[in-house]
Ligand binder design. Structure first.
Ligand code: SIN
Length: 271
C-alpha cells in the first residue's frame, strides 16, 4: 500500500493519505503506529471508512470501550454519535480522566461537518511539561491531582467510586516513556491532600500552561476524515464557531491502563 505521511503541525498532527481500510497489513500498521506515537494526532484522509471498518480498525489499537451510560449506535457496540457541542467538549480536556484507567486513545470519523468552523484543537502536554522550570517540574513530579466525573454521570447513577480518581500530575507514557502534564479544566479539581482553594492558583496556572497556543495543533476537518489522538499526550477541545451548521462525528475510544508517573500510579480517591 503506497501510504504518504505529511506533518500537519509542529506540536502535533500528521495527515496520512493512500490508506485502504480493507487491507492494512502489519507493515503499514507499524508505520501508522510509529507516526501516531511521534505526532500524537493522526488523521487518515481521503479513504472511505464504513462504521464496521472504523470499529475494526480501532480494535487493532486496543480494547474498545463501552460507555457506561451514553447509548451506542445500534449494531455498533462501542460507537457513539457526537452531534452536539457540549460544555465538556468545549473545554480543554483529556477524555474521562475521572476514571481510574482513562481511555488511552480516542478515534473520530467526520460523517457530516460544517463547510467552515467546528475545528478540533489539540495541545501537546509533553511540551507543556518540558517548558516549565526545573524547580516547578520537580514539585509537580511528586504530586497527585484528583479528577471528578461530571454531574451528568452522577445523575445517570454511575457508581460514585468510578467517578473519582487520583492521578499523578506528571505521567509517563506507557509506550514512549515521555513525561506529560496530566491535569485538565474539565475534571481536575484539586491536588490530593490540598483543599480546592489551596489548589486553585497552581491549577489555574497549569490549565493555562497546558493550552498555550504554541503547543497547539488545530485540525480543520474534511468530510470523511478519520482522526485518532493520544489522551496520554494531548488535551483537546472543539471550537464551536460553526453556528447552526450540522456537525456529526462517530466516536470510538480504547481502554487504557491506570496512569503512572514519577509520583507513582493512579488510585481510587476516597477522600
Ligand atoms: C470530544 O471532546 O471528545 C469531541 C471533540 C470534537 O467534537 O471535536
Amino acid at each position: 500500500m503506497a501510504v504518504s505521511f505529511e506533518q500537519a503541525g509542529v506540536p502535533a498532527g500528521v495527515v496520512v493519505t493512500g490508506v485502504d481500510f480493507t487491507q492494512i497489513d502489519d507493515e503499514t500498521f507499524a508505520s501508522l503506529h510509529e507516526a501516531f506515537l511521534h505526532h500524537h494526532v493522526l488523521c487518515i484522509r481521503g479513504s472511505e471508512i464504513t462504521q464496521q471498518q472504523h470499529l475494526d480498525f480501532a480494535a487493532r489499537w486496543g480494547k474498545v470501550h463501552q460507555h457506561p451510560y451514553v447509548p451506542h449506535i445500534e449494531g455498533y457496540p462501542g460507537m457513539m454519535m457526537i452531534f452536539q457541542v457540549h460544555p465538556i467538549t468545549e473545554t480543554w480536556h483529556a477524555d474521562t480522566t475521572h476514571a481510574l484507567a482513562p481511555p488511552k486513545i480516542t478515534t473520530l470519523v467526520a460523517r457530516e461537518i460544517p463547510a467552515l468552523g467546528g475545528d478540533t484543537g489539540f495541545a501537546n502536554q509533553n511540551l507543556a511539561y518540558e517548558s516549565l522550570s526545573a524547580a516547578l517540574r520537580e514539585l509537580l513530579d511528586g504530586l497527585y491531582a484528583v479528577h471528578y466525573g461530571t454531574d451528568l454521570a452522577y445523575e445517570q447513577g454511575v457508581d460514585a467510586k468510578a467517578l473519582r480518581s487520583a492521578h499523578p500530575v506528571v505521567i509517563e507514557h506507557d509506550e514512549t516513556g515521555e513525561r506529560a502534564l496530566y491535569v485538565n479544566a474539565d475534571y481536575t479539581r484539586h491536588f490530593a491532600g490540598w483543599t480546592e482553594s489551596e489548589s486553585k492558583p497552581l491549577l489555574d496556572f497549569l490549565f493555562a500552561q497546558a493550552t498555550r497556543l504554541e503547543f497547539m495543533y488545530r485540525h480543520r476537518w474534511q468530510p470523511g476524515d478519520f482522526i485518532m489522538w493520544d489522551n496520554r499526550s494531548v488535551q483537546h477541545r472543539v471550537v464551536a464557531d460553526h453556528g447552526s451548521a450540522t456537525r456529526q462525528l462517530n466516536r470510538v475510544t480504547l481502554h487504557g491502563d491506570p496512569m503512572r508517573g514519577p509520583a507513582g500510579s493512579s488510585y481510587p480517591y476516597e477522600g
